[in-house]
Design a protein around this ligand. Structure first.
Ligand SMILES: NC(=O)c1ccc[n+]([C@@H]2O[C@H](COP(=O)([O-])OP(=O)(O)OC[C@H]3O[C@@H](n4cnc5c(N)ncnc54)[C@H](O)[C@@H]3O)[C@@H](O)[C@H]2O)c1
Length: 339
């Protein structure tokens, strides 16, 4: 296959690039290291580039997805079987400092790619990495119980949030708003124009390829801070906030299944689900024990605006549609890989 991967140097994009290169597919990667613009040098993703350039099946373009004209040249010069769109401004806290740039990259950049797919690659499968922030803080309205190290759902039969979770009447953060705009456009280019588009509304994604920074990449940044014996700041909810975690490799495998059996304008929640969850306190304890250090912690009482207290993805719709797909990496595997 001939694949276009945007954000090909970031966590998800680089893992997907590696995954498909290993299967001898050709990749056109687009990434302008904008992560370094958003988060400074610690966030830079260029380290992946040297490795990929050694593979003759990889072509890199240092291009901004906001640049419609030059994007169009790429679509004109190629025939893509699938477009995996992962380039983004990925942090909800960062978005409030750069609302225009955030919206341009997340919403307009996505619209550029959809429009070009419609014009030049109508048969291609289009996968968009959306986010659970499209649901805003609606997930916080569910009944919760505060246990010693984590919040849990009061309803023991509730396994997580599904695709019918409301997206209105809630605080999204500007990041959630720009991603929801993109998510709706991706659905619309499917429903209205018949393109093979899929939105994956993702929980926390992690993996070794993450250039984790304070504002994005919770587990990777936490592990890095503890390993380097730096102080780690717990923000709000007594550190008992819970997230499901998926390794970027398992996400790349999900992309492969979607490409094999694409839908039109589809939406799935995807993440580690109820089998792969961890709270901030539990993550600190797990990592500290493994590397045998006393963590330096700082606690800030005020939570991040709109931050989820306990978010777990209900991944049953995806599992039903793609029964061959399985989670292969546990939280333990994910942490061990990064130590
Ligand atoms: N990491 C997570 O926990 C998580 C959770 C939910 C959703 N997502 C979504 O998954 C996608 C990938 O996330 P990630 O963690 O790999 O992020 P990342 O920051 O590691 O990767 C994104 C890449 O896109 C590039 N990029 C940014 N703006 C660009 C632009 N204008 N033009 C070209 N390239 C640009 C960056 O340089 C970076 O390498 C994003 O859409 C994000 O919103 C991530």
């Amino acid at each position: 296959m001939n694949l276009l991967i945007t954000g090909s140097l970031g966590l998800v994009g680089s893992t997907a690039t590696e995954y498909f290169l290993n299967k001898n597919h050709s990749i056109t990667g687009i990434d302008n290291d904008m992560r370094a613009v958003f988060f400074g040098n610690d966030g830079s993703t260029t380290t992946q580039l040297k490795r990929f350039l050694k593979n003759s099946n990889y072509t890199h373009t240092d291009l901004d997805i906001r640049d419609y004209k030059n994007l169009e040249n790429i679509f004109k010069g190629n025939s893509f079987d699938a477009i995996i769109h992962t380039a983004a401004q990925p942090s909800h806290d960062k978005a409030r400092e750069i609302p225009l740039l955030d919206f341009e990259v997340n919403a307009l950049g996505t619209l550029n790619l959809l429009e070009l797919t419609k014009q030049y690659a109508q048969k291609a499968v289009f996968i968009f990495t959306s986010t659970n922030k499209v649901y805003g803080d609606n997930p916080n309205k569910i009944g919760l119980r505060e246990n010693k190290k984590r919040y849990v759902f009061k309803d023991k039969l509730f396994v997580g949030f599904n695709e019918l979770t409301p997206v209105d009447h809630t605080t999204h953060s500007l990041f959630g708003a720009s991603k929801l705009s993109a998510d709706i456009c991706v659905q619309e280019y499917g429903k209205y124009f018949g393109l093979k588009t899929t939105c994956l509304r993702l929980g926390c994604i992690t993996g070794q390829a993450h250039s984790g920074v304070k504002l994005h990449g919770f587990l990777s940044y936490l592990i890095k801070s503890l390993k380097e014996k730096k102080s780690y700041e717990i923000i709000g909810y007594n550190g008992k906030q819970v997230r499901d975690q998926i390794h970027a490799y398992d996400l790349a495998a999900a992309f492969e299944q979607i490409i094999k059996k694409p839908g039109v304008g589809e939406v799935f929640n995807l993440g580690g689900g109820s089998q792969n969850t961890i709270s901030v306190l539990e993550a600190i304890e797990l990592v500290s024990k493994k590397i045998n250090i006393e963590p330096k912690l700082k606690y800030t009482k005020a939570n991040r605006i709109g931050d989820h207290i306990c978010y777990i993805s209900d991944i049953r719709k995806f599992q039903k549609r793609y029964p061959k797909w399985k989670l292969t990496q546990s939280i333990e595997d994910i942490v061990n890989e990064q130590l």
